[in-house]
Design a protein around this ligand. Structure first.
Ligand SMILES: [Zn+2]
Length: 423
């Protein structure tokens, strides 16, 4: 394992934009411990896997989150090199599986040792989430497999339910250590962040993820950009000495923590304000998508890069939260079937071949949004035409290259591969 000074140097370089997050992931893979104080550690296993905070108390350990399916075993092994006492309490920061999955290992460990299973505490909406997961397990297999480009992905079942739930705030004292839990909405409606007032340590969960806030994911349930900004402002007011994000390196520095929280809040506030102003002005969704401009200065910060979500998707999420699914285009209220519309447009263009040629020209000019819109008419008109699929693959190859967000790239890449196979 890398020594703490070397790891801190990598984190400094990531903070300064001199190294990619992948370098930190490589350094912590297999399980790495960051000592926050003599009785608090954070176990990290890589950027895509949720961080786990462990607090030593006289009554046993408190864990905040439990780790991802891929790495929960490494997380448990690493924390057991630090302390072997039983786990007294577990807090879920939210119900996403990269934070909750490891709970089953903790139950198993307790059973094997003949100890009591840990008490798990979460916000009340985690129960609703797990119910929804049980009802839509196959859908989640499709969504997650596509988002992370894993053909053999299976979404898990049998989610470990919390034993106790709360609504707005909950203060716990475990073995003499005080923990203040507070609920807020952001990426999810079931989120908790934890404040250790004595140590001034803030465990943010996925309110802080070292990338542009993931508030617009196209294939997930509603997210809450405005509430998210409010939570970041509240956190900023706490003035943490140490900020433990849901993903990515711990920030053990009050000045950096304040800057990150302030910048994250500002980025979201700006999107919300611009979007609502335009909505109040009567604009359609399409008009808003082409008018809202995220702050280029904030987007360039190494901890706000749109590498996972895309600010444009966040604008859609804001629209959807306040105005429902209708985008303001009356033709979209009761649309024609795709194949009928496609056939009509292809006829108007002088045939599918002419339409595909025009798409190629647009693509060559870099007008890839227009090219993507038109090629979908062509493929709807002629779903088995090899040339159309060839052009479509080229269009989405350009789209993937232009897109910064993992989520956007993934959806475009699936289209690229489908058409690649059929051309
Ligand atoms: Zn997460």
């Amino acid at each position: 394992m890398m020594n703490p000074q070397e790891l801190d140097a990598i984190v400094d370089r990531v903070w300064n934009g001199e190294a990619p997050m992948e370098e930190w992931t490589a350094a912590v893979s297999g399980g790495s411990i960051k000592e926050v104080s003599s009785d608090v550690i954070v176990v990290s296993t890589g950027y895509l896997f949720g961080n786990v905070t462990v607090i030593r108390t006289e009554a046993g350990l408190v864990m905040i989150d439990t780790g991802s399916r891929e790495t929960a075993r490494d997380t448990l092994r690493a924390m057991r090199t630090w302390d072997k006492r039983p786990i007294h309490t577990v807090i879920y920061t939210h119900g996403h599986i990269d934070h909750t999955w490891g709970a089953r290992l903790l139950d198993k460990e307790a059973d094997e040792n003949g100890a009591a299973r840990p008490r798990i505490i979460a916000h009340r909406n985690v129960l609703n989430r797990f119910q929804r997961y049980d009802e839509t397990q196959d859908l989640n297999t499709i969504i997650m497999g596509r988002q992370f480009n894993q053909a053999d992905y299976t979404f898990p079942g049998e989610h470990r339910r919390p034993d106790e739930v709360y609504d707005e705030e909950l203060t716990l004292t475990v073995g003499g250590v005080r923990l203040q839990l507070r609920h807020g909405r952001g990426e999810t409606d079931d989120a908790t962040f934890v404040w250790l007032p004595e140590q001034k340590v803030l465990v943010s969960g996925d309110f802080v993820i070292w990338v542009f806030p993931n508030a617009g994911n196209p294939r997930k349930v509603q997210r809450f950009a405005n509430d998210w900004a409010g939570v970041l402002r509240y956190m900023h007011g706490l003035a943490p000495a140490v900020l433990v994000p849901g993903h990515g390196p711990v920030i053990p520095d009050a000045r950096r923590a304040a800057q990150l929280l302030d910048d994250g809040a500002s980025a979201l506030e700006s999107l919300v304000r611009q979007t609502l102003d335009l909505m109040n002005g009567g604009h359609s969704l399409n008009s808003i998508l082409h008018r809202v401009k995220p702050s280029a200065e904030l987007l360039a910060k190494p901890y706000l890069l749109p590498k996972y979500d895309d600010p444009e998707f966040v604008v859609r999420g804001i629209w959807h939260l306040y105005a429902g699914w209708f985008d303001g285009n009356p033709a979209h209220l009761k649309p024609a079937a795709d194949h009928e519309l496609g056939a009509e447009i292809a006829d108007l263009a002088g045939g599918v071949e002419a339409l595909a040629k025009r798409v190629e020209a647009l693509c060559a000019q870099g007008r890839i949004r227009l090219a993507a819109s038109l090629i979908e008419f062509a493929v709807a008109a002629a779903p088995d035409d090899k040339q159309v699929h060839r052009v479509r693959a080229a269009v989405y190859r350009a789209c993937v290259e232009a897109e910064t967000s993992l989520i956007g790239k993934a959806i475009m890449a699936i289209t690229l591969h489908e058409s690649g196979k059929r051309s």
